[in-house]
Ligand binder design. Structure first.
Ligand SMILES: [Mg+2]
Length: 182
């Protein structure tokens, strides 16, 4: 089912290699999901490695727009805190919000990858518009009831496919020199 099949599948955001998995493939723009992608659903925190990865990617010239189905004040506050543009109440996988996000950051679809933790919102939405999609394993198990139902479906689609970077210590630790990935 190619529409629902992520182009890549990673265990964590920080396991996406900024040079190899983004820049070398021509991706200069990322449409980034929020809940359970960069913000934990349970404690509402941005994990340290995710925050560090974001900063590093922006330094490398990647432009981001947050795209979230969430409509609560918290997602706007997060966007503000990270100084990132946001399209909330997105109704992913439908195309309008993705198109609005592309417009906000002046991105072309070919130079953009969608990164998120859900097949039926992030991956399907990207593929509807012919964009590539990187699926992430959700940050935490906790999620909204309807999302948890969808997880069973995702397990069915993904089968035994293991995320890249599983079991590997998180990259982009603050102690790591900025040019360590080079
Ligand atoms: Mg999500």
């Amino acid at each position: 089912m190619p529409l629902l099949e992520p182009d890549r599948y990673f265990s964590r955001l920080s396991h996406v290699d900024i040079e190899r998995d983004l820049l070398a493939l021509g991706f200069r723009f990322v449409l980034l999901d929020i809940d359970n992608t960069i913000l934990t659903r349970d404690t509402h925190e941005v994990p340290r490695d995710a925050g560090f990865w974001l900063a590093k990617a922006r330094d490398a010239g990647i432009t981001f727009c947050l795209v979230s189905n969430n409509w609560h004040e918290g997602v706007y506050q997060l966007a503000n805190r990270l100084s990132l543009p946001i399209v909330a109440k997105a109704v992913k996988p439908l195309p309008p919000a993705f198109l609005r996000a592309l417009g906000k950051i002046g991105a072309t679809r070919a130079a953009t990858v969608v990164i998120g933790d859900q097949l039926v919102t992030d991956v399907l939405g990207a593929h509807f518009l012919g964009m590539k999609a990187y699926l992430l394993a959700p940050l935490v198990e906790q999620d909204l009831p309807h999302t948890l139902l969808l997880r069973n479906f995702e397990r069915l689609v993904m089968g035994e496919r293991k995320p890249e970077g599983a079991g590997v210590p998180t990259a982009c630790q603050p102690s790591e020199p900025a040019d360590a990935a080079a």
